[in-house]
Design a protein around this ligand. Sequence first.
Ligand code: HEM
Ligand code: HEM
Length: 238
Amino acid sequence: MSHTNNTQSIKVWDIGVRSFHWVLVFFFVLSYATGEEESWVHVWSGYAIVALLLIRIVWGFIGTRHARFSDFVYGPGEVKAYAKGLMTGRAKRYIGHNPLGGLMVLALIFSLGMTTFTGMALYGVEEGKGPLAGVVASQDVQLPQLISTAQADDDEHGAYGEHGDGENEVLEETHEFFANFTVLLILLHIAGVIFESLFHRENLVKAMVDGHKDVAPDREGDVDHVRVDDHEHPHRPV
Ligand code: HEM
Ligand code: HEM
């Protein structure tokens, strides 16, 4: 990338966000790869994701500037304007997540949350183990039970077995659905990262590795669009 005299390297992603991201990638791949058979690796790798998500959500409120939800959750107006801008070739460049990227972060967190939640419910029902074991046992999982009994008369074990040693088709299907839905989001996420990197001529993956982005105030089309906080960069040339 050619650097002009005015190019500045700005710290965007703190070490917490970057570690969260790449450790999450590792455990997601591990969880997905070990899903076919229930194993301690699958369960504990899932718990690692639960812990990462909880930490990230807290960090979304108390973390550094671009890590906060308030920095990247935009209203529908701004999301639409950004999407339109992409189509007309005039989208603003955001230093943190852009409005569509922010939406994707929320979707990923939600879908990962649903995947792990249904996984823990399934583990509770099938094995009587895990943090939700007490809850699913005492609640009797009424809704899935009703649906699955109605749906699967021909299942020789019954679709819903005994607590602690049962099967629950609906929960298993739901868990699988969210795992696969997350994969779909991840593919869109990666496509989005590649597209945005080309569109704004920057390397977003590098930024998620070293935390920095280049900002050149004299770069074509960028001048008015880059959201740089003056108090963060008091010595920036005007
Ligand atoms: C298991 C797969 C993945 C998951 C679950 C995932 C999830 C996420 C999440 C939750 C964020 C938001 C980060 C935050 O604000 O804390 C994010 C951002 C990001 N991810 Fe991923 N990611 C995955 C794979 C990848 C891969 C393979 C790449 C590289 C091609 C990548 C590149 C990025 C980049 C560049 C950002 C920052 C986007 C921006 O600048 O707005 N991700 N990802
Ligand atoms: C993001 C994290 C996770 C992913 C991507 C994931 C993915 C999967 C996948 C793809 C399957 C196979 C579904 C099928 O073919 O029927 C599966 C099964 C299963 N998962 Fe997860 N899972 C995750 C987290 C968890 C957690 C946290 C738990 C419990 C603590 C869990 C418990 C189970 C159980 C009990 C099965 C059924 C295994 C069997 O009896 O065949 N999963 N998971």
